[in-house]
Design a protein around this ligand. Structure first.
Ligand SMILES: [Zn+2]
Length: 468
């Protein structure tokens, strides 16, 4: 199977050919840890988790290295520490834990390596020194700047010429810059700011150099895939490319550049600066299930913008209820094994909407299946598809238990796994009775459940249940 990916560098969908199929290498820009992650930050985590799963399935579990960094030195963190009266370490430790908890709730597997910027400062200093020695960087007033005009094809990823950059409003003008597009590699720290000794005095790295140094150290000078959100193309990824290519003298930094689209609220980009954002943490606190958030995030193609609303999350939960009900009703053991449809959908530049449609198709078929072998094959395909998408990985009983342990648990109702299994068993017996046209028995079972406060709903995808 050949995976095709849309490459921002060429603006084309290309067949993915790893440099070394025994070690497929992917780097994704991780969070700056100073606060809760908002849902827009969660999208690349979920998208690239699906890609990592697909790569592991294709090339083997031990033949993929997925790196996602933690930026734990940045001015926003220093500001947060000052505001809270905490040390930098207190802020970064606490918020890194929040990040791990929230992304774990979304079913994202930990990356193979999660380097922290503060652990790679010597590599950053070495890289900056190399760039300076080659004439790609210069020191000025305690800063070290990347000399943008020294790179002939700067701007290739974002398709911006140097003239565009000068005209653009996004270029910060500072007196120590030789060219307005030059960007900071190293900046001086005052005694109360965190800093490291360097050939240019005590200071700290700029953000862009962190990713170049960490990816170079762990994945090598040229690796396969670099990913992140659309908003990172310029200046962050453009500058990562400039630093890495000039330091290493390579034609590319990564061969395939993938970018996910924005998360929107009513058509406007969700962002902290616009104040129209919600965090993953608050959605979970409200009782939304992590898996429902994940399904909602995967319901549009990753390159398209996506609207995330609370109503949309409720719909995603209903869809998952349906899928888990199909799994729970299929009383056969099955080993997860994705079918050709799912693999083809995901290999086509991660077409998750098509893959999700296939999940529902499989669940419908599974609901209607009668022969154990048929059920086993369909359940196996459904679980296999779920394994690639990071969905349906819970025990159905646990899913249904979790479903009612949210808002309803606040009303004091606690339901055990045994009770859920009993309900599912009753649904199975009722379906058997209906199939045998014993409608009296079917009605009796429905009445028993309704007396116990459980309401059944028969839909095209089978029977689901909920609390009265
Ligand atoms: Zn980065």
């Amino acid at each position: 199977m050949t995976i095709h990916l849309h490459n921002t560098l060429t603006r084309e969908k290309q067949a993915f050919q790893p440099i070394d199929p025994n070690n497929v290498r992917m780097y994704v820009c991780g969070p700056t840890v100073y606060d809760y992650a908002h849902i827009g930050n969660a999208r690349p985590v979920v998208v690239f988790d699906v890609l990592a799963r697909l790569l592991r399935h294709t090339y083997g579990k031990d033949h993929v290295t997925y790196v996602r960094n933690i930026t734990d030195i940045e001015d926003k963190i220093m500001e947060a520490a000052k505001k809270n009266g905490e040390t930098i370490e207190q802020v970064t430790q606490r918020t890194t834990q929040w990040y791990h908890d929230d992304m774990g709730a979304l079913g994202a597997l930990p990356p193979d390596r999660e380097p922290r910027a503060t652990e790679f400062v010597p590599q950053m200093v070495a890289m900056i020194a190399k760039l300076e020695a080659q004439g790609h960087a210069y020191a000025a007033e305690g800063h070290v700047l990347f000399n943008v005009p020294s790179m002939e094809d700067y701007g290739r990823l974002s398709k911006r010429s140097l003239d565009d950059l000068i005209a653009g409003a996004r270029v910060e003008v500072a007196p120590y810059k030789k060219h307005p597009a030059d960007f900071v590699l190293w900046k001086p720290s005052t005694p109360d700011q965190p800093g490291w000794d360097s050939p240019w005095g005590r200071g700290r790295p700029g953000w862009h150099i962190e990713c170049s140094a960490m990816s170079g150290e762990i994945l090598g000078e040229v690796f396969d895939i670099h990913g992140g959100g659309l908003d990172l193309i310029f200046p962050h990824h453009e500058n990562e490319i400039a630093q890495s290519r000039c330091a290493h003298g390579t034609p590319v930094m990564a061969r395939y550049w993938l970018h996910n689209g924005f998360v929107q609220v009513n058509g406007t980009k969700m962002s902290k600066s616009l104040g129209n954002y919600f965090t993953v943490h608050e959605l979970l606190e409200e009782g939304h299930r992590g898996e429902a958030i994940r399904l909602a995030l995967l319901s549009a193609h990753y390159r398209q913008p996506i609207d995330i609303t609370r109503d949309g999350l409720k719909e995603a939960k209903v869809a998952l209820d349906r899928l888990y009900t199909a799994l729970a009703k299929a009383d056969v053991d099955a080993t997860p094994q994705p079918n050709a449809h799912i693999l083809a959908a995901l290999a086509d530049d991660l077409n998750t909407p098509l893959a999700i449609a296939e999940l529902h198709e499989l669940a419908s078929k599974l609901n209607k299946a009668e022969k154990p072998e048929e059920k086993r094959a369909l359940k196996s395909a459904l679980l296999g598809a779920g394994g690639l998408l990071g969905l349906l990985e819970q025990d159905p009983a646990a899913w249904f238990q979790g479903r009612i342990s949210g808002p309803i648990a606040q009303g004091g109702i606690v339901t055990s796994t045994e009770e859920v299994e009993k309900i599912l068993d009753s649904i199975r017996r009722r379906n058997d009775a209906r199939k045998a046209k014993d409608f009296a028995a079917a009605d009796r079972i429905r009445k028993e459940l309704s007396d116990a406060g459980v309401v059944l709903e028969d839909g095209p995808a089978g029977t689901t249940w909920k609390r009265a």
